[in-house]
Ligand binder design. Structure first.
Ligand SMILES: *Cc1c(COP(=O)(O)O)cnc(C)c1O
Length: 375
């Protein structure tokens, strides 16, 4: 039986990048927010954010989170309030900024940070909160009003929107995050829907914030090349900017392809009656550009059993994000609210394959294999 891999990332083809690469050889500018990088940032704001706000590229989303947190955080604060159900990069970025992650649970339907616990945390922790870092789970959008309100109260918000580039807001009108006064951080890692290899972007409606992040990302240099901020080097090369521009030219096709495969899954899962047998899915908001296909196994089967059963049938799957952050050695010592939903989801989350060439036959084989697990 042919093996079905979990991911088969495919970056933009050479023929679509060549004309951009030629420009690099003409200008002989290879980095330092060069002309292609500038063009990419401009196009992102114009084409994805309808001309609202500003953006700066970063060489990955982890660095983007670090820079955004360090430029937003309240100096007297000690905690970065975040969901435990996220990638390790979120709490790691907080640690690099000298903060302690403070873990909250997720909502059982949307798998987004639990807003009631967030309200309690704000009351309980007050000024000890340096920053709040929600995660837009698996590219799904959420209503920003709670977070706009925090920003207005002077509590900074950095959204980990790592897999949300191209995903819309809940009303499916604009790019998720458009107009937000806090920071919104996207990843362009090869495994994300908008993949350039290694890369990312920080967006905000607050232009000064983006300007500070840009400066911090270039050693904290002032115009006189004096380091005036706690900086580092987060710049992408012009070659990466070329790949990003070529990827942007053709991103609509990626979105349509991924949506098509997601719909095939929904159809097959319904046909096979798996929802009646206790399999459940995230209730998503907005039009999402899917990175993979997340699903929860029924009470009777842990995700470990599911992964082994799939592997025995030559199907590769993963368990993002299991263990949850608070269950990982590096983060166990940090304070947390009760996390029953996170722990349940971490025991049952299965990430199924999703890649360009997947057709009905492949999707059906995966779903049939899930069904053959029994009840
Ligand atoms: C992928 C991911 C990151 C890290 O992105 P990089 O660009 O690889 O640094 C951070 N947070 C979440 C939730 C992610 O999925």
């Amino acid at each position: 039986m042919d093996k079905i891999p979990f991911l088969r990332p495919e970056l933009i083809k050479n023929e679509h990048i060549v004309s951009y690469f030629e420009k690099i050889h003409e200008t002989r500018i290879y980095s330092n927010y060069g002309p292609l990088n500038g063009l990419f940032e401009e196009r992102v704001i114009a084409e994805m954010f309808d001309g609202t706000g500003a953006a700066v590229t970063v060489h990955n989303a982890t660095i983007g989170l670090m820079l955004a947190i360090s430029q937003c955080k309240r100096s007297q604060g000690i905690y970065a309030v975040m969901p435990s159900f996220t990638f390790a990069a979120t709490p790691l970025a907080a640690e690099w900024c000298g903060l302690q992650p403070y873990f909250l649970d997720i909502d059982p339907k949307t798998w987004q940070m639990n807003e009631e616990q967030l309200e309690q945390a704000v009351k309980l922790l007050g000024d000890q909160i340096a920053v709040v870092v929600p995660y837009a789970t698996f590219g799904s959008a959420f209503d920003l009003s709670v977070y706009n309100h925090l920003q207005q109260q002077g509590i900074p918000v950095v959204i980990d929107a790592a897999s949300s580039f191209g995903s819309t807001d809940p009303g499916e009108v604009s790019q998720f995050g458009k107009g937000f006064e806090g920071a919104v951080v996207f990843s362009f890692h090869a495994t994300k829907p908008f993949g350039v290899g290694e890369g990312g972007l920080v967006y905000s409606a607050d232009r000064d914030l983006i300007q500070r992040i840009r400066q911090a990302g270039n050693f904290g240099f002032s115009t006189g090349r004096e380091s005036v901020l706690q900086g580092l080097n987060s710049k992408i090369s012009e070659f990466t900017a070329a790949i990003a521009l070529a990827t942007l030219d053709r991103y609509h096709a990626v979105k349509a392809n991924r949506k098509g495969i997601y719909d095939l899954y929904l159809h097959e899962l319904r046909q096979a009656g798996l929802f009646e047998r206790g399999w459940t899915m995230q209730s998503m908001q907005g039009a999402v550009v899917f990175q993979f296909m997340p699903i929860l196994s029924p009470e009777s089967h842990s995700n470990r059993e599911v992964i082994e059963h799939l592997a025995a049938n030559s199907i590769e799957a993963r368990t993002y994000f299991s263990p949850a952050c608070h269950e990982q050695k590096q983060f166990q010592r940090y304070p947390q609210f009760p996390l029953p939903v996170t722990e349940h989801v971490a025991r049952h989350i299965v990430s199924l394959p999703l890649w360009k060439e997947m057709d009905e036959t492949i999707v059906r084989r995966i779903v049939t294999t899930l069904g053959s697990l029994g009840d």
